[in-house]
Write a protein that binds this ligand. Structure first.
Ligand code: DQA
Length: 263
């Protein structure tokens, strides 16, 4: 499995440019960090950086037939480039958008992401780690190992079993799910009082749209949760395990859940 990691203008100036925003790691160090992460994930990566919009468009076009997916930080072109958006749509490869800084807390002109409209996954404000998280997510999607989790009261799960599918709750447009790694930070108190079941869902077997949307409170760093806009058929549910926490409120991961890296 091979991914193309693209970086836009001024990312080559990392370490020098606005270190309070982008940190002190330089571009070479960033690539070494991503390469090490890719190795751990068992995926291949090629890198490309350009300060010019057209070259980035060409690089995206060249990814077709050569790569299984694209990780892209279009930098300033994020907020201006319809050409990069169109190129991503044209090749239609699984794509993840990365921003080192939390653009959601910055200037108004950074609040639109054209490229992001063609990316299923978004990693914003996670620094260098966002790139590796993006590779991990894409590798999960391409290999078919990606699962999204949904916790629900045991009684509701029995009802869904009888219906043969899980539906969004009445009055809700979607079923709120989480990637596995977010469950390590879930608030146990939310589930206290009655037994809950944790479902592992294969998003590839869900026909309804699955949109990864920021569900974090406005003051927090963005966190993108998979929202399923329609039913989850029984055939898409690959595991159903009890939702359990230890005495300190930490999630007790059930060994039956697929072995995606957890953070
Ligand atoms: C950036 C955010 C952009 O708004 C900015 O123009 C960049 C870098 C980031 O990684 O945080 O150059 O994409």
């Amino acid at each position: 499995m091979k991914f193309y990691v693209l970086n836009g203008p001024n990312i080559n100036m990392l370490g020098i440019r606005e270190p309070d925003i982008y940190g002190r790691l330089d571009y070479k160090g960033l690539l070494a960090y991503i390469a090490a992460g890719a190795k751990e994930l068992g995926v291949e990566v090629d890198f490309y950086q350009s300060n010019s919009e057209g070259d980035l468009v060409s690089a995206i076009q060249q990814a077709l037939g050569r790569y299984d997916g694209i990780v892209i930080n279009p930098a300033a072109y994020t907020h201006t480039s319809v050409a990069i958006l169109d190129a991503l749509k044209a090749v239609d490869l699984p794509a993840a958008e990365v921003h080192i800084s939390d653009v959601t807390k910055r200037e108004a002109f950074r609040q639109v992401s054209y490229a992001g409209m063609a990316c299923k996954y978004h990693f914003v404000g996670e620094g260098k780690e966002g790139y590796v998280h993006a590779l991990e997510r894409l590798a999960g999607e391409v290999s078919g190992a990606l699962r999204i989790l949904h916790a629900l009261p045991a009684a509701a799960w029995r009802e869904a079993g009888a219906a043969g599918e899980l539906m969004p709750a009445p009055g809700q447009a979607y079923i709120h799910c989480s990637p596995i790694e977010y469950f390590h930070r879930v608030d146990a108190a939310r589930f206290a009082g009655r037994p809950h079941v944790l479902l592992a869902i294969d998003p590839a077997r869900v026909e309804a749209p699955v949109r990864w949307e920021n569900g974090a409170p406005a003051q927090d760093a963005p966190r993108y949760y998979p929202h399923v806009y329609g039913p989850v058929p029984a055939a898409a549910i690959t595991d159903a395990v009890p939702l359990r926490f230890d005495a300190a409120g930490r999630w007790l991961r059930d060994p039956r859940l697929p072995a995606l890296a957890d953070r």
